[in-house]
Design a protein around this ligand. Sequence first.
Ligand SMILES: [Zn+2]
Ligand SMILES: [Zn+2]
Length: 256
Amino acid sequence: MMISGEPPGDLSERQLILYPGEQSLPFTDEGVDAFRTASQEGDHKDRLIGEGILLTGLKPGTFAHMTEEWLEREGDRLFVRIPGDRVECTVSPGRRGRTTSGGGYPCKDCKRLRDGYWTLNGTLQPRRVPVPEPGVARFIEAYFATHDRVCTPGTVSHRLEKIGERAGFEKTVSGTNLRMTFGKMLAEKGFSSDVIRQVMGFRDNHQGKVMTQRYFILSEEHENPIYHCGEETDSGSPCGREVFFPDQTCYLHGQE
Ligand SMILES: [Zn+2]
Ligand SMILES: [Zn+2]
Protein backbone atom coordinates (compact mmCIF):
# COMPACT_ATOMS: atom_id res chain seq x y z
CA MET A 1 0.00 0.00 0.00
CA MET A 2 1.76 3.15 -1.14
CA ILE A 3 -0.84 5.75 -0.19
CA SER A 4 -1.98 6.18 3.43
CA GLY A 5 -5.28 4.53 4.23
CA GLU A 6 -7.81 4.52 7.05
CA PRO A 7 -7.65 7.23 9.73
CA PRO A 8 -6.23 6.22 13.14
CA GLY A 9 -8.91 4.98 15.54
CA ASP A 10 -8.53 7.72 18.14
CA LEU A 11 -9.50 10.81 16.14
CA SER A 12 -12.15 13.17 17.49
CA GLU A 13 -15.26 14.02 15.50
CA ARG A 14 -13.70 17.29 14.37
CA GLN A 15 -10.52 15.58 13.25
CA LEU A 16 -12.44 12.92 11.35
CA ILE A 17 -14.05 15.72 9.36
CA LEU A 18 -10.58 17.09 8.56
CA TYR A 19 -9.18 13.72 7.52
CA PRO A 20 -8.72 14.07 3.76
CA GLY A 21 -10.58 11.91 1.29
CA GLU A 22 -8.86 9.21 -0.72
CA GLN A 23 -8.01 11.63 -3.53
CA SER A 24 -5.74 13.76 -1.35
CA LEU A 25 -4.14 11.29 1.06
CA PRO A 26 -0.33 11.39 1.41
CA PHE A 27 2.09 8.68 0.27
CA THR A 28 3.45 6.16 2.73
CA ASP A 29 7.26 6.13 3.18
CA GLU A 30 7.42 3.25 0.73
CA GLY A 31 5.35 5.30 -1.72
CA VAL A 32 7.73 8.26 -1.39
CA ASP A 33 10.72 6.04 -2.23
CA ALA A 34 8.99 4.45 -5.22
CA PHE A 35 7.82 7.82 -6.54
CA ARG A 36 11.27 9.40 -6.21
CA THR A 37 12.96 6.49 -7.95
CA ALA A 38 10.47 6.67 -10.83
CA SER A 39 11.05 10.45 -11.12
CA GLN A 40 14.82 9.99 -11.28
CA GLU A 41 14.50 7.29 -13.91
CA GLY A 42 12.56 9.60 -16.24
CA ASP A 43 14.02 12.52 -18.20
CA HIS A 44 15.29 15.71 -16.54
CA LYS A 45 11.81 17.27 -16.60
CA ASP A 46 10.29 14.24 -14.85
CA ARG A 47 12.88 14.59 -12.12
CA LEU A 48 12.31 18.33 -11.81
CA ILE A 49 8.53 17.94 -11.60
CA GLY A 50 8.36 14.73 -9.53
CA GLU A 51 10.94 15.49 -6.87
CA GLY A 52 10.42 19.24 -7.13
CA ILE A 53 6.71 19.08 -6.25
CA LEU A 54 7.23 16.36 -3.65
CA LEU A 55 9.82 18.55 -1.87
CA THR A 56 8.15 21.96 -2.15
CA GLY A 57 4.46 21.07 -1.81
CA LEU A 58 3.59 23.51 -4.60
CA LYS A 59 0.42 22.90 -6.58
CA PRO A 60 1.06 21.70 -10.17
CA GLY A 61 -0.39 24.96 -11.53
CA THR A 62 2.01 27.01 -9.41
CA PHE A 63 5.03 24.82 -10.11
CA ALA A 64 4.38 25.08 -13.87
CA HIS A 65 4.95 28.85 -13.70
CA MET A 66 8.21 28.77 -11.72
CA THR A 67 11.15 30.68 -13.22
CA GLU A 68 14.74 31.26 -12.19
CA GLU A 69 13.65 34.52 -10.56
CA TRP A 70 11.75 32.56 -7.92
CA LEU A 71 14.96 30.92 -6.65
CA GLU A 72 16.80 32.39 -3.70
CA ARG A 73 19.92 30.89 -2.23
CA GLU A 74 20.79 31.68 1.34
CA GLY A 75 24.02 29.98 2.41
CA ASP A 76 23.55 26.29 1.75
CA ARG A 77 19.76 26.43 1.60
CA LEU A 78 17.63 27.05 -1.48
CA PHE A 79 14.26 28.77 -1.18
CA VAL A 80 11.49 29.10 -3.75
CA ARG A 81 9.79 32.49 -3.45
CA ILE A 82 6.26 32.36 -4.81
CA PRO A 83 5.38 35.89 -5.89
CA GLY A 84 2.20 37.65 -4.85
CA ASP A 85 1.93 39.85 -7.94
CA ARG A 86 0.78 38.80 -11.38
CA VAL A 87 3.32 37.62 -13.90
CA GLU A 88 2.94 37.31 -17.65
CA CYS A 89 2.44 33.64 -18.51
CA THR A 90 4.70 32.26 -21.26
CA VAL A 91 4.77 28.56 -20.36
CA SER A 92 3.08 27.28 -23.51
CA PRO A 93 5.09 26.79 -26.73
CA GLY A 94 1.91 27.62 -28.66
CA ARG A 95 0.61 25.78 -31.70
CA ARG A 96 3.38 26.91 -33.99
CA GLY A 97 6.24 26.71 -31.50
CA ARG A 98 7.98 29.52 -29.69
CA THR A 99 8.49 32.93 -31.22
CA THR A 100 11.88 33.55 -32.81
CA SER A 101 12.96 35.44 -29.71
CA GLY A 102 12.29 32.27 -27.69
CA GLY A 103 9.17 33.69 -26.03
CA GLY A 104 6.26 31.43 -25.21
CA TYR A 105 2.49 31.89 -25.02
CA PRO A 106 0.08 31.87 -22.08
CA CYS A 107 -1.26 28.50 -20.93
CA LYS A 108 -4.97 27.73 -21.36
CA ASP A 109 -5.99 28.81 -17.85
CA CYS A 110 -4.02 32.06 -17.83
CA LYS A 111 -5.36 32.94 -21.25
CA ARG A 112 -8.97 32.12 -20.43
CA LEU A 113 -9.20 33.31 -16.83
CA ARG A 114 -6.56 36.00 -16.33
CA ASP A 115 -5.92 37.81 -19.57
CA GLY A 116 -2.65 35.96 -20.16
CA TYR A 117 -1.23 36.52 -16.68
CA TRP A 118 -0.50 34.03 -13.95
CA THR A 119 -1.31 34.78 -10.34
CA LEU A 120 -1.61 32.72 -7.16
CA ASN A 121 -4.93 31.05 -6.54
CA GLY A 122 -6.71 33.32 -4.01
CA THR A 123 -6.84 30.65 -1.30
CA LEU A 124 -3.04 30.62 -0.96
CA GLN A 125 -0.56 33.28 0.14
CA PRO A 126 2.68 34.50 -1.43
CA ARG A 127 5.47 32.80 0.50
CA ARG A 128 8.98 31.42 0.62
CA VAL A 129 9.38 27.64 0.62
CA PRO A 130 12.63 25.94 1.69
CA VAL A 131 13.81 23.02 -0.47
CA PRO A 132 14.77 20.58 2.29
CA GLU A 133 17.27 18.45 0.35
CA PRO A 134 20.55 19.84 -1.09
CA GLY A 135 20.63 17.32 -3.98
CA VAL A 136 17.18 18.30 -5.21
CA ALA A 137 17.96 21.99 -4.63
CA ARG A 138 21.05 21.74 -6.85
CA PHE A 139 19.06 19.91 -9.51
CA ILE A 140 16.40 22.66 -9.59
CA GLU A 141 19.11 25.33 -9.91
CA ALA A 142 20.89 23.41 -12.67
CA TYR A 143 17.61 23.05 -14.57
CA PHE A 144 16.90 26.78 -14.50
CA ALA A 145 20.48 27.60 -15.46
CA THR A 146 19.73 26.12 -18.89
CA HIS A 147 15.90 26.42 -19.19
CA ASP A 148 13.75 29.49 -18.74
CA ARG A 149 10.45 27.77 -18.03
CA VAL A 150 8.87 24.50 -16.85
CA CYS A 151 5.82 23.59 -19.00
CA THR A 152 2.05 23.98 -18.94
CA PRO A 153 0.03 22.98 -15.83
CA GLY A 154 -1.65 20.25 -17.89
CA THR A 155 1.72 18.74 -18.78
CA VAL A 156 2.88 18.89 -15.15
CA SER A 157 -0.20 16.93 -14.01
CA HIS A 158 0.15 14.47 -16.89
CA ARG A 159 3.80 13.80 -16.04
CA LEU A 160 2.89 13.25 -12.36
CA GLU A 161 0.33 10.66 -13.40
CA LYS A 162 2.85 8.86 -15.61
CA ILE A 163 5.54 8.86 -12.90
CA GLY A 164 2.95 7.41 -10.51
CA GLU A 165 2.12 4.65 -12.99
CA ARG A 166 5.80 3.76 -13.42
CA ALA A 167 6.23 3.74 -9.64
CA GLY A 168 3.46 1.15 -9.41
CA PHE A 169 0.70 3.15 -7.69
CA GLU A 170 -2.71 1.58 -8.09
CA LYS A 171 -4.55 4.88 -8.12
CA THR A 172 -3.83 7.92 -10.28
CA VAL A 173 -1.36 10.19 -8.50
CA SER A 174 -2.14 13.91 -8.38
CA GLY A 175 -0.50 17.07 -7.09
CA THR A 176 -2.81 16.94 -4.06
CA ASN A 177 -1.24 13.66 -2.93
CA LEU A 178 2.24 15.18 -3.24
CA ARG A 179 1.34 18.40 -1.45
CA MET A 180 -0.21 16.45 1.43
CA THR A 181 2.90 14.26 1.59
CA PHE A 182 5.17 17.32 1.84
CA GLY A 183 3.07 18.82 4.67
CA LYS A 184 3.17 15.52 6.55
CA MET A 185 6.96 15.32 6.08
CA LEU A 186 7.38 18.78 7.61
CA ALA A 187 5.26 17.78 10.62
CA GLU A 188 7.34 14.63 11.06
CA LYS A 189 10.61 16.54 10.74
CA GLY A 190 9.56 18.59 13.76
CA PHE A 191 8.92 22.00 12.14
CA SER A 192 6.64 24.18 14.24
CA SER A 193 2.98 24.43 13.29
CA ASP A 194 3.40 28.13 12.48
CA VAL A 195 6.29 27.53 10.08
CA ILE A 196 4.38 24.74 8.34
CA ARG A 197 1.30 26.92 8.00
CA GLN A 198 3.33 29.67 6.31
CA VAL A 199 5.28 27.31 4.05
CA MET A 200 2.04 25.75 2.83
CA GLY A 201 0.56 29.19 2.21
CA PHE A 202 -2.27 29.24 4.76
CA ARG A 203 -3.39 32.40 6.53
CA ASP A 204 -2.98 33.01 10.24
CA ASN A 205 -6.62 32.39 11.15
CA HIS A 206 -8.86 29.56 12.26
CA GLN A 207 -9.21 28.14 8.76
CA GLY A 208 -5.43 28.25 8.21
CA LYS A 209 -4.82 26.36 11.46
CA VAL A 210 -7.45 23.79 10.56
CA MET A 211 -5.79 23.17 7.18
CA THR A 212 -2.38 22.86 8.85
CA GLN A 213 -3.71 20.50 11.52
CA ARG A 214 -4.34 17.87 8.85
CA TYR A 215 -0.60 17.29 8.44
CA PHE A 216 -0.26 16.44 12.12
CA ILE A 217 -3.30 14.18 12.04
CA LEU A 218 -1.78 12.32 9.08
CA SER A 219 1.68 12.02 10.62
CA GLU A 220 2.76 8.72 12.11
CA GLU A 221 5.22 10.49 14.43
CA HIS A 222 2.38 12.19 16.29
CA GLU A 223 0.71 9.13 17.68
CA ASN A 224 -1.95 10.72 19.88
CA PRO A 225 -3.56 13.16 17.51
CA ILE A 226 -5.79 14.92 20.06
CA TYR A 227 -3.51 17.54 21.56
CA HIS A 228 -3.89 19.22 24.93
CA CYS A 229 -2.29 22.41 26.18
CA GLY A 230 -0.41 20.59 28.97
CA GLU A 231 0.76 23.72 30.87
CA GLU A 232 0.82 23.36 34.63
CA THR A 233 -2.24 24.92 36.31
CA ASP A 234 -2.76 26.27 39.87
CA SER A 235 -4.20 22.92 40.92
CA GLY A 236 -0.97 21.24 39.77
CA SER A 237 -2.51 19.09 37.03
CA PRO A 238 -1.70 19.79 33.36
CA CYS A 239 -4.16 21.98 31.45
CA GLY A 240 -6.56 19.80 29.44
CA ARG A 241 -7.79 22.36 26.90
CA GLU A 242 -7.69 21.03 23.35
CA VAL A 243 -5.30 22.78 20.99
CA PHE A 244 -4.60 22.38 17.27
CA PHE A 245 -0.96 21.27 17.46
CA PRO A 246 1.37 19.36 19.78
CA ASP A 247 3.60 22.46 20.18
CA GLN A 248 0.76 24.81 21.10
CA THR A 249 -0.60 26.07 24.43
CA CYS A 250 -4.13 27.34 24.97
CA TYR A 251 -5.22 31.00 24.96
CA LEU A 252 -5.04 31.12 28.76
CA HIS A 253 -1.45 29.90 28.83
CA GLY A 254 0.41 32.31 26.62
CA GLN A 255 0.86 31.45 22.96
CA GLU A 256 -2.14 32.56 20.93
ZN1 LIG B 1 -0.19 30.11 -17.30
ZN1 LIG C 1 -3.81 25.80 28.90
